[in-house]
Design a protein around this ligand. Sequence first.
Ligand code: PLP
Length: 386
Amino acid sequence: MNEKLYFDYAATTPLDPDVFSAMEPYLKGDFGNPSSIHYFGQRAEHAVEKSREIVADYLNCHPTEVIFTSCGSESNNLALRGTAMARKSQSGHNRITSSKVEHHAITHTIQQLSDHFGFKSDWAAVDEFGIVDLTSFSTMLNENTALASFMLANNEIGSINPIKALAEMCLNKGVPFHTDAVQAAGYIPIDLAELPVSLLSLGSHKFYGPKGVGVLFIRQGTKVLPTQTGGGQEFGLRSGTHNVAYIVGFAAAIEKLKKFREKRATELSILRDELIDRVLKTIPDSKLTGHPTNRLPNHASFIFKNVDGNLLLGMLDQAGFACSSGSACKTGNPEPSEVLIEIGQPRDWALGSLRLTLGSKTNEEAINKLLEKLPALIKLNRELKG
Ligand SMILES: *Cc1c(COP(=O)(O)O)cnc(C)c1O
């Protein structure tokens, strides 16, 4: 089988051809440094500021609240490190609240801040779907909380958090609140006039923009220390010569979201529901992970009892299907995903995880092809595993 079918849109998406066209001039003739005074610099600066306005308009915030970074991970790092450091040096706040089902760009950053920089972590409980427990969270907020961070939607199991409620609780206590919206932004509308978060992370390669560019929204008045110092670009919060072409690409991908996000979400949710239904019906000892309805419209994630998840990914790849286990587990040393353990799944289920995420090229036919093969591959996997 030569045709390859892609079911890993949560890992990354293909670059939209229109986005590429928007970027192309800045990879060719228009090479100026936005910080330069002359004609070339001004053209580049104009492109960056125009992009900032497009992003701000989409998010319903002020352009000066939009900081361009190199990726979603960097946005998360700047949000956590920058806010934690500012709070600690200003007022001694030293506790960070988050959950164990966050992306590693959050959990590993908090881990390092607590191992080496004098912070303490408070991990709020999540329910069986990985959704933050509001009561557990409220008991953790106290006079020492430097900041709280919870993702808008989970990249591994697709569940959507009650971000507005969480952000309001923090607002009432004067605690800065960050949300990692990197996985969610391609599907969920974000209106920062309505959503009282202090900080929000985005990365364009999850919605058909280029890899290697991100945005951190920082609400006016939120104190953040830069983690990368130098020439003072991005309002002094993120030094380094702007990656002009990629910033333009970020904005072009946002323009596409404006037009197609809602339609795509509706269409994909129909395919997703069909896929979930058919997997659970045709495969014995299978379970959906994450919330059954309150989940990303393109996201289906499963666990299968007594299946070797890494082996399954290899078998699927051989058969022409690019899928994921949902977590970046290392082959050779299979450890069950921390997220699946945190939501209470037993090891013999958690090791057999499969994430199928849909996108621009997914159609009924692709789903049919996958469903023709998947049940037999799982059966074979179980036999091989013994
Ligand atoms: C992909 C992803 C990230 C990391 O973004 P990069 O741009 O790849 O660094 C962070 N958080 C979530 C939820 C993601 O899905």
